[in-house]
Design a protein around this ligand. Structure first.
Ligand SMILES: [Zn+2]
Length: 416
């Protein structure tokens, strides 16, 4: 199973927008952007919403059938670990192996030595095609990187072999993710991480490093765009070189996580992949749920009331909702509107504050981030929330499609 050159990961917390998400992908394909959909949902989301991994497969298949999508599509077990992988085996054909728990813990001395031996020939001046500067690689330098990442990659290897046994070779796509770690990885670190992945025999088709800067959920990139662009381009060069050097899969490509709404870096990303003919996977951060709230608010009546109630309760439970996402949100509580203010808004005002339109004076990133993590409130509303999604399906779908197609796909991927 080979992942296509351009793929876009969509989350759908409440599993009602699969068709709208696919419609956006299809619009991009009509424009000559050959992108395929990947539906992803993590164990954390399943636990909060009380859904099971099979529901994602059911949703994807229903959307594909309803819209008669002839291209491929995948279901991603997002950020799985050994303790929860088995829940996802049947429903998924894409596995994002999360090894963050083991980053920073060292492998055994023997394992380190074997790995350093494997990398011996890169000691000295390393020049990577496509990167002007050369890198000075020392035994100690490799050892420092290996102590940080080797154990984690070995854990990914265990997870991969576990899946291999359950699903059979060639029947699934493997991603290795390191984005939920403390430190960004440099291009040189990425090169040796890929060496370790190859040595471990993992046929990774995507790799998700942690990039420089902050990738907060549902809001724009925070950091130096020029620095990000340089690293991103170097990472592309490193991957192309590592494929040849280590015999990794030909289609190995970068995966950008929490990729929703990173508008300031989409242009540089698109230019870089276009220039090199590289592939890209972008995994979004479940912001389709915010388009549901926007659609409900715009629908007025009961829909607007639900949107207002979600905000009121989210504000009351601020600490509880924000805690699990502390490293990927930045909310200034002083800039949050009071629930009374929000109750006085009409649908347009609610939508304007929530929708990520940077040219709109009413847009409030604090309001947006709190609602982003507030999906638990809607989950607790249960059938009342689902009934509203059905009632306001049309206006919600319009917003889901516009968000994915206009604000994401068109900006990220070049037409071919
Ligand atoms: Zn991630």
């Amino acid at each position: 199973m080979i992942l296509e050159k351009y793929s876009f990961g969509v989350g759908d917390r409440f599993a009602h927008q699969g068709k709208a998400q696919l419609a956006a992908i299809m619009k991009a394909n009509q424009d000559g952007i050959p992108v395929v959909p990947v539906w992803n949902k993590s164990n954390r989301e399943h636990t909060t919403i009380k859904t099971v991994p099979t529901s994602v497969r059911v949703e994807a298949e229903a959307a594909v059938q309803a819209l008669d999508w002839q291209g491929s599509y995948h279901v991603d077990a997002d950020h799985i670990r050994m303790k929860n992988v088995d829940l996802f085996v049947d429903a998924s054909d894409f596995f994002t192996l999360d090894v963050a728990d083991f980053m920073g813990s060292s492998a055994s001395t023997n394992e380190l030595q074997v790995f350093i031996g494997y990398c011996e020939k890169y000691i000295g001046e390393l020049s990577i095609p496509g990167i002007t500067e050369t890198f000075t690689i020392t035994r100690e330098g490799i050892s420092v990187i290996a102590r940080k990442v080797l154990l984690a990659v070995k854990e990914a290897g265990k997870l991969y072999r576990h899946l291999l046994e359950k699903k059979g070779e060639g029947n699934f796509i493997t991603e290795v993710s390191m984005d939920e770690t403390d430190d960004a990885q440099t291009p040189v670190e990425l090169f040796f991480i890929l060496a370790a992945i190859a040595a471990e025999g993992i046929p990774a088709q995507t790799i998700a490093p942690k990039f420089t800067g902050r990738f907060n959920k549902g809001v724009d990139y925070v950091g130096e765009v020029a620095q990000f662009t340089k690293e991103f381009e170097e990472d592309l060069a490193v991957i192309a070189y590592a494929i040849k050097e280590f015999g990794l899969p030909e289609n190995l490509k970068l995966s950008v996580h929490s990729g929703s709404d990173k508008f300031s870096i989409y242009g540089p990303m698109r230019d870089a992949i276009s220039k090199r003919g590289a592939g890209l996977h972008v995994k979004t951060a479940g912001t389709t749920w915010l388009e549901e709230l926007i659609g409900l608010a715009l629908g007025g009546g009961k829909g607007l009331e639900i949107a207002q109630e979600v905000y009121r309760k989210a504000l009351e439970r601020f600490d509880e909702l924000c805690k699990p996402y502390a490293t990927v949100i930045d909310i200034d509580p002083k800039k949050l509107p009071t629930p009374e203010t929000v109750d006085g808004w009409n649908g347009q005002q609610y939508a304007a504050a929530l929708r990520h339109d940077q040219d709109c004076a009413e847009y409030n990133p604090n309001f947006r981030q709190l609602l982003h993590v507030g999906y638990k409130i809607a989950a607790e509303m249960g059938e009342g929330y689902y009934a509203a999604l059905r009632q306001y399906e049309e206006v919600i779908a319009e917003n889901v499609i516009a968000n994915i197609y206009e604000r994401h796909l068109k900006r990220i991927f070049p037409a071919e």
